[in-house]
Design a protein around this ligand. Sequence first.
Ligand code: FES
Length: 174
Amino acid sequence: MSENKTPRRDFIKLATMTLGGVGAASLAIPFITSMNPGKDTLALASTEIDLSPLKEGQSLTVIWRGKPVFIKHRTQKEITEAKNTDLNDLIDIEDDADRVQNDKWLVVLGVCTHLGCVPLGQKTSDIKGEYGGWFCPCHGSHYDTSGRIRKGPAPKNLPVPPYVFLNESRIKIG
Ligand code: FES
């Protein structure tokens, strides 16, 4: 039971930090003329992330457009599992190569495609499900190391948000 509470607390902390950022942004709004109403919106539409602190096997959750995004620095074992999966075994058929820009880095929305819970698997101590990726405890959906749904009621893979690599260790989401 406590395993379910910890990620939620982490998520609330991240959401609070993000709201703090939004609060700071809103202070700047009086300085933006009504001719430029899109500036604050643009600021929230994308976010840059420094990947360099993330060691192999570690994950990071960031908030983008109000939703958690999971960034995973995959181990060689996780990459190999994702690449060697028989596509005929998949519920929502997608090759790992179509879901990553760099094999080491997986970037997906951390929202279960069943009913929208935040799956477990971001912390090293989390349950990761039968396929070593993420496990949604709400109704038992298992995702693999590519964020693809493998078992349970979720119908689709964890979506890949739009992002670009700005350099080897920095990405921009959105
Ligand atoms: S919301 Fe994830 S399994 Fe139902």
